[in-house]
Design a protein around this ligand. Structure first.
Ligand SMILES: *[C@@H]1O[C@H](CO)[C@@H](O)[C@H](O)[C@H]1NC(C)=O
Ligand SMILES: *[C@@H]1O[C@H](CO)[C@@H](O)[C@H](O)[C@H]1NC(C)=O
Ligand SMILES: *[C@@H]1O[C@H](CO)[C@@H](O)[C@H](O)[C@H]1NC(C)=O
Ligand SMILES: *[C@@H]1O[C@H](CO)[C@@H](O)[C@H](O)[C@H]1NC(C)=O
Ligand SMILES: *[C@@H]1O[C@H](CO)[C@@H](O)[C@H](O)[C@H]1NC(C)=O
Length: 429
């Protein structure tokens, strides 16, 4: 009897597996025929949703090593509902080899990562396209590190989704919200509160434990923005005040392994007045999450990048290192060190704004879905490369070092005297 039962069970198990395979095939089939989307569509109420579900494809080639930031998007439709987007009739899918036979024309939008398209062979790109669908260029890394040189990308994308504020859909590393929760910056047209309230006595106490001037965390020693050289010069200037910047990470004197970065950053809160939020690339509008680290650990960021920071951060909440140059920066830092009343004023923005991480945020997904619903224009970027690489000819040359230096010289001309003093800066060819 028992043997018999086991036999039956084994047979059932086999059948079960067969059934599961069948079920999977069915699901795949229905997926292709968009059965699910149609079905869920009929249950939605919003008139905007009507009969059109917008399917967004994340273009992820089979051998994609690094497809960020596309990986940040959650698949499916929930993200739009969870975040109370204005439009929720969008559905995100990821492509991989599995979808080789799929008809790419069916997608409302296809998102391409700027990190991968430059080594995607032409054959791997979709071959047929639907004039009403949009191809979107997505990139959070700087154009100086990831130039796009292939001619095939001119007149290829319809929209752009990057850290640059002139993108079709800007995707910045953080957003500044006012006290009613409205996103006010980064934006090309922002109006900040003029006279900010001073911080509370309690908050002042919290800041009073700080006794060291400034820290930096630098793990990428590749120095296309010359930030390490700038810090060296800054430290020379700080000697006159008997102080210096503590540099953590692989490129500094104070070691801090990457996996302990958070522990090291935590020290900022009770110890340091300033944090050097120096960008590794000097590129228009490129302001990364480093600034956020500074604010998060209650330090004042010293920014160093090629953005117009008034469009990004509340006034009086940071010091612009690149604009001041090492000498004046050293003086400004020391002045706040000696006069805490002045230091407190760098935190007044807390009374009026909050700054939030936007890297994984769904804001941008909402924006994309909204634009897919409301856009009624044909848009194309005929001169995409000219837009993305401001110095196309130089940027796409093989001799990369020269280009970096060219970029630095062009955009930081004021510091030419600094550069002349540095023996490393020589034309490499
Ligand atoms: C926040 O910004 C929104 C939109 O600009 C505005 O309507 C609102 O009044 C602002 N709230 C405050 C507290 O400034
Ligand atoms: C920076 O941006 C602000 C606000 O958009 C603008 O008023 C100012 O002229 C800009 N500064 C530069 C140097 O472009
Ligand atoms: C310290 O800074 C505050 C605000 O900037 C200023 O009003 C005050 O005069 C300064 N105190 C000294 C001793 O310099
Ligand atoms: C596109 O939409 C806008 C506003 O919704 C409308 O004013 C415009 O006429 C439309 N354009 C076309 C070509 O349909
Ligand atoms: C997208 O760009 C392509 C190529 O430039 C163009 O043919 C197509 O009409 C554009 N589609 C939309 C919806 O803008």
């Amino acid at each position: 009897m028992a043997v018999n039962t086991i036999g039956i069970l084994l047979r059932l198990a086999k059948l079960w597996r067969l059934f599961l395979s069948f079920l999977m095939l069915l699901v795949v089939y229905l997926h292709y025929t968009h059965y699910f989307y149609r079905a869920s569509d009929t249950t939605t109420k919003s008139p905007d949703d009507d009969d059109h579900l917008k399917i967004i494809l994340l273009w992820i080639p089979p051998k994609c090593v690094d497809c960020s930031p596309l990986n940040n998007f959650k698949r499916g439709r929930r993200i739009f509902e969870q975040h109370n987007c204005e439009y929720t009739n969008c559905h995100i899918m990821k492509s991989h080899s599995f979808y080789n036979d799929i008809d790419f024309k069916e997608f409302s939008a296809i998102l391409f990562s700027g990190r991968t398209i430059t080594h995607t062979p032409k054959e791997d790109l979709p071959t047929t396209r639907n004039p009403s669908q949009v191809y979107v260029f997505v990139q959070l890394e700087s154009n100086t590190r990831y130039p796009v040189c292939e001619k095939r990308y001119d007149d290829f994308f319809n929209w752009t989704m990057t850290y640059r504020l002139d993108s079709t859909i800007p995707w910045t590393y953080f957003v500044v919200k006012n006290k009613t929760g409205a996103v006010v910056a980064p934006s090309n047209s922002v109006s900040w509160v003029k006279d900010m309230e001073p911080i509370s006595i309690k908050f002042q106490y919290e800041l009073d434990s700080k006794y060291k001037l400034a820290a930096a965390y630098i793990s990428n020693c590749e120095d296309s923005s010359r930030r390490l050289f700038f810090i060296k010069t800054l430290n020379q200037e700080l000697q006159r005040y008997n102080t210096e910047v503590d540099v953590f990470g692989d490129c500094g004197k104070l070691k801090c392994p990457k996996n302990e970065k958070t522990t090291c950053l935590k020290k900022l809160k009770n110890k340091y007045l300033f944090y050097l939020a120096f960008e590794n690339s000097l590129a228009t509008d490129y302001v990364s999450e480093k600034v956020l680290n500074a604010y998060h650990y209650l330090t004042v960021p010293i920014v160093y990048g090629m953005a117009n920071y008034t469009r990004f951060l509340p006034p009086g909440s940071y010091i612009n290192g690149l604009e001041l140059g090492p000498k004046r920066l050293a003086a400004a830092m020391n002045s706040a060190f000696e006069n805490r009343t002045q230091y407190y004023s760098y935190f007044s923005w807390h009374n009026h704004y909050t700054i939030e991480d936007n890297y994984k945020n769904a804001n941008v997904a909402c924006d994309l879905c909204a634009k897919l619903n409301t856009n009624n224009r044909t848009e194309r970027t005929r001169h995409f490369r000219r837009w993305w690489n401001p110095s196309l000819n130089t940027k796409c040359q093989k001799v990369y070092t020269t280009t970096k230096e060219w970029f630095f010289v062009k955009y930081t001309g004021v510091y030419s005297q600094l550069l002349q003093g540095d023996s490393n800066v020589k034309q490499k060819n």
